[in-house]
Design a protein around this ligand. Structure first.
Ligand SMILES: Nc1ncnc2c1ncn2[C@@H]1O[C@H](COP(=O)(O)OP(=O)(O)O)[C@@H](O)[C@H]1O
Ligand SMILES: [Mg+2]
Length: 254
């Protein structure tokens, strides 16, 4: 193999992203991340540091002022969110994205909207979702808003699988979820990685995220503070992150 090939195959690469919401106020100051098939890569960092902003830039909600996003040879910088599915990228936002007053089944049908003319495909995808998430099958006629937090997350995951994405950008999947469901959600994410999907996971639940991470990015006020394979952090990672949180907090309140 020629040594010019990258050591890892990346499904989504971002280099040197700078972005903000308001002109003149930069939130991300040159962030580079990769989503790699079969790996769970976690982005950690305190509130307000730009983790959600990073995922929004990667999915095209915000256009970076500098930097580049690629999937293999395809440049995705500036591609709109609605077109990202075609490039194999799925995004699960921090806030619930189900339609609470519609049934589970209708939510799934809306998720299959781009295949709506392929009736057999839609049916197959929905049946597959019920096989994978039996509780959704049992509650297919129930309004989605009456599902538990964890079940709503399952519905979002089920729906996100329809375009058969290669990359999942997942923002705080266990926020506002009952603790006993948290492990199920992490197991679901592990399953995606085992299927060869590339996961970029933003999480405030440091312990939970580190439990499933292959690789860790630590963010600090819009930049990467440190990064590396989970194993390189050893058992000190919690200590490292808590020290860093403390330093960050102390610097902010000084
Ligand atoms: N829609 C928005 N408009 C303006 N500023 C925003 C918006 N969303 C987030 N911000 C600001 O961007 C910064 C990073 O926020 P965010 O990416 O949500 O952080 P995190 O996900 O790490 O908690 C914060 O200072 C936040 O106030
Ligand atoms: Mg966030």
């Amino acid at each position: 193999m020629p040594d010019t090939l990258p050591a890892i195959e990346s499904s989504l690469s971002a280099r040197n992203l700078a972005a903000g919401y308001v002109s003149g106020i930069e939130i991300l100051h040159g962030v580079s991340v990769d989503a790699v098939p079969g790996q769970i890569r976690c982005v950690l960092g305190p509130n307000g540091t730009g983790k959600s902003t990073l995922l929004k830039v990667l999915f095209g909600f915000l256009k970076p002022s500098t930097g580049e996003i690629r999937s293999g040879p395809t440049v995705l910088t500036g591609v709109a969110p609605h077109a990202m599915g075609r490039h194999g990228v799925a995004y699960l936002p921090q806030r619930p994205s189900i339609f609470p007053f519609l049934s589970v089944e209708v939510n799934l049908r809306l998720g299959a909207w781009s295949f709506r003319r392929r009736h057999a495909d839609v049916k197959r995808k929905i049946e597959r979702a019920y096989a994978q998430f039996p509780i959704l099958g049992e509650r297919r006629n129930q309004t989605a808003g009456t599902l538990s937090g964890g079940q709503q997350r399952q519905l979002e995951f089920a729906r996100s699988l329809f375009p058969e994405p290669k990359v999942f950008l997942i923002d705080e999947p266990t926020a506002s979820i009952e603790p006993r469901i948290t492990a199920q959600i992490y197991e679901l994410i592990r399953g995606l990685a085992r299927d060869g999907k590339a996961i970029l996971l933003v999480d405030q639940n440091i312990k939970g995220a580190l439990g499933i991470a292959d690789y860790v990015y630590v963010m600090r006020t819009g930049s990467l503070y440190t990064e590396g394979p989970r194993t390189e952090f050893g058992d000190d990672v919690e200590l490292l992150v808590s020290q860093w949180l403390y330093t960050h907090h102390a610097a902010k309140t000084a």
